[in-house]
Design a protein around this ligand. Sequence first.
Ligand code: ARG
Length: 588
Amino acid sequence: MTSVTSLSDSVQQRLAAALTAALPDADSADPLLRRSDRADFQANGILALAKKAKANPRELATQVVGRVESGDVIKEIEVSGPGFLNITITDGAITETLAARYADADRLGVPPKETPGITVVDYAQPNVAKEMHVGHLRSAVIGDALRGMLDFTGERTIGRHHIGDWGTQFGMLIQYLFEHPGELAPPDAVDGEQAMSNLNRVYKASRAVFDSDEEFKERARKRVVALQSGDKETLDLWQQFVDESKVYFYSVFEKLDMEIRDEEIVGESAYNDMMPETARLLEESGVAVRSEGALVVFFDEIRGKDDQPVPLIVQKADGGFGYAASDLSAIRNRVTDLNATSLLYVVDVRQSLHFKMVFETARRAGWLSDEVTAHNMGYGTVLGADGKPFKTREGETVKLEDLLDEAVERATAVVREKAEKAGLTEEEIAENGRYVGIGAVKYADLSTSPSRDYKFDLDQMVSLNGDTSVYLQYAYARIRSILRKAEDAAPTPHPELELAPAERALGLHLDAFGTAVFEATAEYAPHKVAAYLYQLASLFTTFYDQCPVIRPRPAQDVVENRLFLCDMTARTLHKGMSLLSIRTPERL
Ligand code: ARG
């Protein structure tokens, strides 16, 4: 692994050194470098620094220009406006920097961070015995992408799928199964769809008895107590629901082309044994207080109707523990046992009040501190093409599998249209259809800021034009095809060559890949990676329009250097898409 300093970092360092030399007493010397349309980069920081030092900004800028070590990197540096600096990079430095990245096929020269932490990512958390909905889709897609990005920066990530596998509804389900044994087929005898339909059937049947039979209701209540106190027979039946549900979950995640590890499925139930202690610690420290029998935490700033304080309920008056107790216990586990330095929750924004109260409680209890941050990446609602919450025409919630199947179907049709020209087999068409369809669903989600609602519009998602994954996948496949066709020339950097404007623009953008990913990761913003990739594909298109690679054929060294730019673009697209967990087929 070679780690390559980006051109912007190298200019930044040179300017900072010159600034420090010109203003030895200033406590910061950030030139605030940005990409710019006028030159390659513009530094805007001198204005503020001059103001602080009571110096004339243009004079200071001129001094910096005089002191800067331009080396082989800076071709031109000039003062503009009230004290900006415009910087142009040499063509040779662009090609050489990219060549160094090219030599590191795995990381493209992007070094991992020096002091990585441990981030626990809580995502993809469906509920046992329930159908997954589009909200669960968002959590899975966003969480998986954030994890890919974090891993790339060198952070260690641990996944936690906090599935809903605990609570009073299990009393009803288990009691029903106890009285009607054999209603759930063994998990190894069913596929995902059958598992879910079995669960649905049992759910409906048990609900019907529960609603009509008072005595059953009472037996179900007793079952909850038996479950919480760890009664063996009850737990065995409960486990059947969990196992049957997992068959279903795994089938959906597989459809989503997403790897979920069994040891990371740690649901609400896993924290059951910790809950009494969590409650005791909170009560003893005075963070939680008894109120009408329940154990609760109050917050001055959180008020509901009639200005009444809304408490977080740690333990109900009947002694039962709920959602908050499991989340508080999970924080203790993640911080103390997993040594997490960051906790990230990818959960619907509608649960943001819950997390606000849980985090604040954990802070008061000392489980969260300045060393351990917690963040709820609250995502918005999935809307239909009509802009209303996503429902079927009949007003029912849409089944996730149906949605994914339809996306694949549409994508396969799109792929098939072009397939003949690309000479694809039926098998390749089917595989590409899956990669394009699932990629489209993921990308549409990821290219929107997570906090915003997003429209689930299949027509738009699989469109070849515009900001879609298909567009990026075609860009990738097209480059791969160019490289295959160029049999008599191999991608080879030639730093001595002059570059055309479109080559420079593409090159500078390629060089900024690592910076873009690191910035996006620090903000938990996958859409910024998506935006980077979309821009990359657009810059490539311009380059390919303006700079012939093979026809009409330029000189051999130009061909090689352009093929090198092509390959570097392909690798960067591939890497970036893989961080978002989207496939890039070689032929489309
Ligand atoms: N299972 C929950 C739901 O479907 C989401 C769980 C989120 N994670 C958590 N730690 N509370 O709404």
